[in-house]
Design a protein around this ligand. Structure first.
Ligand code: DX5
Ligand code: ZN
Length: 220
């Protein structure tokens, strides 16, 4: 079994000390940077945009996983590639021509991800699963950090895992929202490959140790 990866969500970091927090992730056992871009239209919150991503990617030494919570993401694919995104994840609910969007992301040399809201069934991805490098199952309603984990997620992970193996796909499963030391082991057992953690990491006194513990629990 592959190791479960940990992707701290920079949304929960201290923006006044962004470089410090980026270095903390660089020097920790974290695997990826998870970057949440929100437009205030697709979700009821605005996070940050291109200049902040540029500042992060100038210092980040690990995979940059960008989660776009924006409408019409096709407009910005080239720009996110230039800014150093390694994985670009768009929302299923925000894409009318998802297949085309996935090809456009790959054409820019990035891995293509699809995020699904809690109400969206994983079965809707069956026909494009082979084209998706990563599915991000939202385990909270997107828009804010610090919300409680939705329990139905375990079931969605299991079902998605079945769809992936039925299709001989190599898609990774990422879980985003409300991840803590209480649900990490069960998520990983259900088939999760990547756990995003925002508040759980950044609210801790010892953040590198918290990342290390979470990784250990997820891989126990
Ligand atoms: C929510 C974001 C998440 C968020 C996770 O819309 O996509 O990545 O930062 O934060 P926590 O771990 O605090 O739920
Ligand atoms: Zn996210």
């Amino acid at each position: 079994m592959n190791k479960t990866l940990i992707a701290p969500s920079v949304l929960a970091s201290d923006f006044g000390n962004l470089q410090r927090d980026v270095e903390m992730i660089n020097n920790s056992e974290a695997d990826w940077f998870h970057i949440d871009i929100m437009d205030g239209v697709f979700v009821p919150n605005i996070s940050f945009g291109m200049p902040v991503l540029k500042a992060i990617s100038e210092h980040a030494k690990k995979t940059i996983d960008v989660h776009l919570m924006i409408i019409d993401p096709d407009r910005y694919i080239k720009e996110f590639a230039k800014l150093g995104a390694n994985i670009l994840t768009v929302h299923y609910e925000a894409c009318t021509h998802l297949h085309r969007t996935l090809q456009a992301i790959k054409a820019e040399g990035m891995k293509a991800g699809v995020a699904i809201n809690p109400h969206t069934s994983v079965d809707l991805l069956k026909d494009v699963i082979k084209d998706i490098d990563l599915v991000c199952i939202m385990s909270v309603n997107p828009g804010f950090g610090g919300q409680s984990f939705i329990e139905n997620t375990y079931h969605k992970v299991q079902r998605l895992k079945e769809i992936i193996s039925m299709n001989n796909a190599e898609t990774l499963i990422e879980i985003d929202g409300g991840v803590t030391d209480k649900n990490a082991a069960e998520l990983s057992k259900a088939g999760a490959d990547v756990l995003v953690a925002g508040s759980f990491v950044f609210k801790a006194d010892d953040q590198p140790q918290t990342i290390k513990n979470l990784k250990q629990i997820a891989n126990s």
